[in-house]
Ligand binder design. Structure first.
Ligand SMILES: [Zn+2]
Length: 662
């Protein structure tokens, strides 16, 4: 039976770039969607840019833009990142859309008609200079508990206590640095408590993981609070229809953005709204999210939907946080890796595979260890999986380019085909790590089969050509079954493998029937080893430290042969230019005698490109090339530096580009 499924992942917020944590969630969701499609189900995948709220408004002001300009640019960047990561959204929309405006008004009207909206006055910090109410995070001051200075208005990072902004000692607005005043304003509230019985019932339906249910039980015990869904002008969002000067809080309109994105897709595909949003049985609805926003998705969102007469999610799939090399992502440690940085340096599929290998259906945190990332890619994808195809392809090609008409070991193939159901069950439960282990165990068995039959030895005897071709045919078919099972994770590789096999890998059931007697296309490498140097550059500082920072004093002397290993050469600057996105670097094209080199040098503050073109400099010519965000730097230009500035070294007149310096 064909299932009809609608899937979302959390909406990326428009105030910053995507990072590896966003990529983890997008990959988890995309793998599940691609798996369902491969199984023949009708699986729609929608997402949207999350655009509203005070941070967007303030940031746009600071950048001299309108919020609309800011969110448009951000959405374009986010979409580009998702596409390059091979995320197969059917629709990537925006919460700042006409569809969403209408839906927010409609759902609000229904909630109000149901008696689920209350109004009452709230006392809140107000910045008289910026002329606006301040969200808690925009008030800072001394912690009322431990007296630590400069803490947020809602919680103290030193002692961990939470409090109201009014309790801060000497509070100031972060917008104007003036003390806020306290003003009353009427706000609108969603009566969450009215839905407690419904929510308990929904939880019992098995829509959530055990650990998430346990957290919800804590919230039930603490009592469900009314939820403030309004904010005062100025605010970037949708004005509330019957409350002039009041706007829907961003967290009210953001999940409704899931429906708005569906509406945009509906307009293109002619989908039935009721089928997806009013009936709880005909279709399935899943939200993939991080555990930090489970409160919104497991309490407010199902309650809002139910209160408005719409269906509740079939499931909310919660994942843990991503750590890098065992630690929280941190800008100061250089482990805050943006999607752009990763995608500029490396292909998407190794990361998709690594995330899949680490993901489970639970909410435990997931660690990206860069050494492990290199080892797994090189051993699993290149050493095991692709190795099967590359070992066998040549034998088929030399044997005329066609597979044998029958498999020599149909029983072994049958075991690979039978594994399809247990692997599918693991994908369905989001136990991707277990699925990857099962697939790699099969890959080991395929390689063992080839090792045992040694086609390379048999191939020396022309009389055994048919036998060699049959062994290779077996190997190619085992590879094909594995590639089908990995297609949700490695869509580009599966596509390339389909071209090589002369038959697309577009159905899970395809693994049940081996290819026999058909022609193969010439084999091309399907995956490459990861370069540890490039992977390491993900967490390296983006720019070399400026030469003005003197290196630590040398500890002791070096031997003459140690010095001789440094290859210094005279180089001529053929071209010099500014580097877009960097205020420290110049890009130099150098003639080093035996060819041209590209070198990035941190001398922009001291030299203009015009001053450099045509002059001679001294370079370290045998420095290991370094991959940077802007390109590869192959060498280092030498400078003298001190308190008075920075000075390029140059040879006396008569020296030529390429001469050795010693
Ligand atoms: Zn404190």
């Amino acid at each position: 039976m064909t299932r009809q499924i609608l899937v979302t992942h959390a909406l990326p917020y428009a105030n910053g770039p995507l990072h590896l944590g966003h990529m983890l969630e997008a990959v988890q969701t995309d793998v599940w969607v691609r798996f369902q499609r491969l199984r023949g189900h009708d699986c729609l995948f929608v997402c949207a840019e999350d655009t509203h709220g005070t941070p967007i408004m303030i940031r746009a002001q600071q950048q001299g833009q309108t919020p609309e300009q800011l969110i448009q640019a951000s959405a374009a960047e986010h979409l580009r990142d998702y596409q390059q990561l091979l995320i197969a959204h059917d629709q990537f929309h925006s919460t700042h859309s006409e569809e969403n405006r209408q839906l927010c008004a409609e759902l609000y009207a229904r909630l109000q008609a149901g008696g689920y909206i209350a109004r009452r006055s709230v006392r809140q910090a107000y910045d008289e200079q910026a002329k606006m109410f301040l969200p808690d995070r925009y008030v800072r001051g001394t912690c009322p508990r431990c007296k630590s200075a400069d803490q947020y208005g809602d919680s103290c990072e030193v002692c961990g206590s939470t409090y109201a902004p009014a309790e801060l000692i000497d509070p100031v607005s972060t917008l104007s640095n003036t003390p806020p005043v306290w003003r009353e304003s009427e706000h609108l509230f969603f009566k969450l408590g009215a839905f407690e019985a419904m929510l308990r019932d929904w939880l019992a339906s098995g829509s959530l993981q055990g650990a998430v249910r346990a957290k919800l039980d804590e919230w039930f015990t603490a009592g469900l609070q009314d939820w403030d869904i309004s904010r005062d002008a100025p605010y970037f969002g949708f004005e509330i229809p019957d409350a002039p000067g009041k706007y829907f809080y961003v967290w009210f309109d953001a999940p409704i953005g899931y429906i708005a994105s569906f509406m945009a897709l509906r307009a293109r595909r002619g989908l039935d709204f009721d089928h997806y949003w009013t009936s709880e049985t005909a279709t399935e609805l899943y939200h993939f999210i991080g555990k930090d926003i489970s409160y919104f998705h497991t309490l407010f969102w199902p309650a809002v939907l139910y209160g408005a007469g719409l269906r509740r999610p079939t499931g909310v799939c919660v994942h843990g946080f991503l750590t890098i090399n065992g630690q929280k992502m941190s800008k100061t440690r250089g482990t805050f890796i943006t999607a752009r940085r990763y995608l500029d340096c490396l292909p998407p599929e190794p990361l998709r595979y690594y995330f899949a290998a680490k993901l489970s259906g639970g909410i435990e945190d997931i660690d990206l260890s860069l050494d492990d990332f290199i080892a797994r890619t090189n051993s699993d994808l290149v050493g095991k999986l692709v190795n099967i195809a590359s070992r066998c392809a040549g034998f088929i090609e030399r044997g005329g380019g066609r597979l044998s008409p029958a498999l020599p070991d149909p029983e072994l193939y049958g075991q690979f085909a039978a594994a399809g159901e247990s692997i599918a069950a693991l994908y369905e439960q989001r136990e991707y790590g277990a699925a990857m282990r099962e697939i790699m165990n099969l890959a080991d068995r395929a390689n063992q089969y080839i090792d045992r039959h040694k086609p390379w030895t048999l191939a020396k005897d022309p009389a055994r050509a048919a036998e060699v071709r049959a062994i290779a045919t077996q190997g190619i078919n085992l590879f094909r079954a594995l590639m089908i099972y990995l297609a949700p994770v490695l869509p580009l590789m599966a596509e390339a493998a389909g071209r090589f096999l002369g038959s697309p890998l577009n159905a899970w059931s395809g693994a049940q029937t081996p290819l026999q007697g058909s022609a193969l296309q010439p084999y091309q490498a399907l995956a490459n080893r990861l370069d540890p140097l490039i992977v390491a550059s993900l967490v390296a500082p983006e720019e070399p430290s400026a030469p003005t920072k003197a290196a630590a004093a040398p500890s002791g002397t070096i031997k003459i042969d140690e010095f001789a290993r440094v290859e210094l050469r005279v180089a001529k600057v053929l071209a010099a230019s500014l580097v877009e996105g960097s205020d420290k670097l110049l890009q130099l094209t150098l003639d080093v005698g035996d060819g041209q080199r590209n070198v990035f040098s941190g001398i922009r503050a001291h030299y203009s490109p015009e001053q450099l073109t045509g002059r001679l400099v001294i370079v370290v010519a045998n420095l290991e090339p370094r991959k940077m965000r802007f390109g590869v730097s192959a060498g280092m230009v030498l400078c003298a530096s001190g308190e008075d500035g920075l000075f390029l070294l140059a040879p006396d007149s008569g020296a030529q580009a390429g001469m050795k310096v010693s």
